[in-house]
Design a protein around this ligand. Structure first.
Ligand SMILES: [Zn+2]
Length: 397
């Protein structure tokens, strides 16, 4: 009986800390009165929780807010210096490691380009540990003191940490077991589209949306369906890139034909450009440099501009299918291909969506570009340890 009471008290304490901390983390500075209204907790409880969070260094006072007639209210905010997190983007063209404070401001990054489409898991694990050493050294941080290391992989992560990632040629690779001996901080692995979706909902173009779809456009194409919830953000991924947009169409890496990824994935875009008669060779050595060169050339009429329009049409069809299926209030285009091509192709994508989605559903959907910049996927991975902290209301592990 006594133990049950103890557990209930602990659960209640965790719930209260999580409520207050999550409100401050996701929505910014607030007074004790704002927190009371937002969480439904009593004035005394909010006061106690805030006192604890300040004592633990998670929260600090952030000045005074004038209130009508009454005495000014003290604003509270989360303290960025409380902890640092590392986020790792295992992409198909590079490995990027970012060091962030726990409010996800970038402190240092390191990027390692990859030439091979079938990277060896052991070599990649080595790049991850090198990257963590590099970014912590740059920022003068202690790798063992990190809140955690989040790793985003372009595939599915099983509960035992094994990764299935067809785009890397991985089937059941024990990536978690390869990394764990070399990483002193708590390690978290998840699908990169899901973590990117979480980051866009917390910090980017998904903020304030009830039901957003965050599309990850890279060599591979995926999407996360994110729902704004009071306790943070829950999201699931979909294999959107392998939904068919053309019967008997272009061959896809998955073995099928006519998949969306076979039209709007980075390599598919470059293949299409190369197939156009008289298309000049693109400058740059790697996939990312070539896509950047294509976008620069698309400013004037020619094969590059035609390729941007062609990509926008298929992307618009893919997005219209998502809208017709799920009626989101927002669709966010993220990932490095969106960063490179998004500004040039957004009007044509919107036009294609208007033509292919049902009017009454499309009217309720805003389509925009992600706002997280080139570190978006690494930043997404860094949300994993932060989510753990918010859910527990304190540091664990
Ligand atoms: Zn496919």
């Amino acid at each position: 009986m006594k133990r049950d009471v103890g557990r209930t008290t602990r659960d209640l304490r965790r719930h209260n800390r999580t409520s207050v901390l999550t409100r401050l983390y996701l929505h910014g500075p607030a007074s004790r009165f704002d927190l009371m209204r937002a969480t439904g907790l009593s004035s005394a409880t909010v006061s106690n929780v805030v006192t604890d969070l300040v004592a633990d260094g998670l929260v600090a006072e952030a000045g005074l807010l004038d209130s009508d007639g009454g005495r000014p209210r003290t604003l509270l905010e989360v303290r960025p210096g409380y902890a640092q997190v590392a986020g790792v983007d295992i992409g198909e063209t590079h490995v990027q490691v970012g060091l962030f404070d726990w409010t996800l401001d970038t402190l240092a990054t390191a990027t390692y380009p990859m030439d091979t489409g079938r990277p060896d898991p052991g070599v990649l694990a080595g790049l991850v540990t090198t990257g963590i050493e590099e970014v912590t050294a740059k920022a003068g941080a202690d790798p063992a003191a990190l809140l955690g290391v989040g790793v985003g992989v372009p595939g599915a992560v099983r509960p035992d940490g094994a990764v299935h990632a067809p785009t890397l040629g991985w089937s059941g690779v024990p990536f978690d077991a390869l990394l764990r001996p070399h990483i002193a901080a708590p390690l978290h692995l998840d699908n990169c589209a899901r973590t990117l979706g979480q980051a866009e909902m917390w910090r980017g173009a998904g903020r304030g949306a009830d039901r957003a779809i965050v599309a990850l456009l890279a060599v591979g194409v995926g999407a996360a369906v994110a729902t704004g919830t009071p306790g943070g953000v829950a999201s699931t991924t979909s294999e959107w890139g392998h939904t068919v947009v053309e019967a008997g169409g272009a061959p896809c890496r998955c073995g099928s034909r006519g998949c969306l990824e076979a039209y709007v994935g980075a390599e598919a875009i470059l293949d299409h450009y190369g197939s156009l008669p008289g298309a000049p060779e693109l400058r740059g050595g790697g996939t990312e440099a070539k896509v950047a060169a294509l976008v620069a050339d698309a400013a004037r009429p020619g094969a590059a501009a035609d390729t941007v329009r062609w990509t926008a049409e298929y992307l618009g069809i893919g997005i219209a299918n998502l809208i017709n299926l799920l009626s989101p209030d927002r669709v966010v285009l993220s990932g490095w291909v969106s960063g490179a091509m998004g500004p040039a192709m957004l009007p044509a994508v919107r036009d294609a969506v208007r033509r292919h989605a049902l009017d009454y559903l499309a009217a309720g959907t805003v389509l925009e570009l992600g706002r997280l910049g080139p570190d978006a996927v690494a930043l997404g991975a860094a949300t994993l340890p932060v989510h753990g902290l918010l859910a527990a209301g304190e540091r664990t592990g």
